[in-house]
Design a protein around this ligand. Structure first.
Ligand code: NAD
Length: 282
């Protein structure tokens, strides 16, 4: 039986990059997937790809920075497939490159509205629905800049730090309701977002710092996002998983207080070693 058979998943910003790869991966694992995006053409394209691969998916247009649209996206998911089990809240933007002292307040507002408020809005309505289901799992897409500065991107850094904080709070508040909330913090991934914000030389320089001499791919992030959905691993909650492509071949897992059981360690090592990565558990 596929990992996500009979599950209903939602992905915001599923029309491109990481969101599309996650949506495809959820569908491959048997989930029915609702994809939202502000770009209808790209969203529909993702649906077409999933259907061609034999999966089940549905598109809803929505602006992830709007509270009303987020409410609508959750309502559409439930009216189409009856429930919501899994969500990857991924829609995001980089914003202009300017030092903090020159950053336009309206640009700040736009980035915060999508990258942080948008994640709050969608979680708020998803939690309501997941409580009705009796549980669920949310993965918010943060960034390595949820932990370290991204000079010239103050709003991006602040928004992603905010997503990490919000994720921790939700995890703490809803653990007893069988709802887990984790964040994945990608390093530099070759997507439209990166290409729109960095020139070729900057991208080459970033790639050169990675031992594998390349940027990460959306599919590699999707693997980790789907891994969170494995129903048996209930230990993971309130955690931020950073994918550091500075240490390219490693996925570093920052574990918090609770100790892993031997079974969980074996399971994790198997999963990651299998994919030729080394797992660090702090
Ligand atoms: P992308 O540009 O390829 O995809 C973003 C998607 O979000 C697009 O389909 C776009 O249409 C959609 N979108 C934009 N504004 C929207 C809105 N207001 N409402 C709904 N949808 C909207 O970018 P990506 O690299 O795949 O980024 C996805 C997420 O990953 C973002 O949250 C980003 O911050 C995060 N991230 C990316 C990288 C990277 O290097 N690419 C690194 C760390 C984190």
């Amino acid at each position: 039986m596929a990992l996500l058979e009979n599950k209903v998943a939602f992905v915001s910003g599923g029309g491109s990059g990481i969101g599309r790869a996650v949506a495809e991966a959820y569908a491959r694992e048997g989930a029915k997937v609702v994809i939202s995006d502000i770009n209808v053409e790209h969203g529909e394209e993702t649906i077409k790809i999933i259907k061609e691969q034999g999966g089940e998916a549905f598109f809803v247009k929505g602006d992830s920075s709007s509270a009303l649209d987020n409410k609508h996206m959750v309502e559409v998911t439930v009216s189409k497939y009856g429930r919501l089990d899994i969500s990857c809240n991924n829609a995001g933007m980089g914003g202009p490159a300017k030092p903090t002292g020159e950053y336009a307040p309206e640009d700040w507002d736009k980035v915060i509205a999508l990258n942080l408020s948008g994640v709050f809005y969608v979680c708020r309505y998803q939690l309501e629905q997941m409580e009705k289901n009796g549980g669920g799992s949310i993965v918010n897409i943060a960034s390595i800049h949820g932990q370290v500065a991204a000079p010239l991107s103050p709003a991006y850094t602040a928004s992603k730090h905010g997503v990490v904080g919000l994720t921790k709070n939700i995890g703490a508040e809803y653990a007893q309701k069988n709802i887990r909330c984790n964040a994945v913090g990608p390093g530099y991934i070759e997507t439209a977002l990166l290409k729109d914000n960095l020139n070729k030389d900057a991208m080459t320089a970033i790639a050169a710092k990675a031992p594998m001499n390349r940027l990460g791919t959306s599919e590699e992030i999707a693997e980790l996002v789907v891994f969170f959905k494995f129903g048996q691993i209930i230990l993971y909650n309130r955690k931020l998983f950073y994918c550091r492509w500075r240490l390219y071949s490693n996925i570093k897992i920052l574990s918090n207080s609770k100790k892993l059981s031997p079974y969980e360690v074996v399971f994790l090592c198997f999963n990651f070693k299998f994919k030729n990565r080394i797992l660090f558990i702090k």
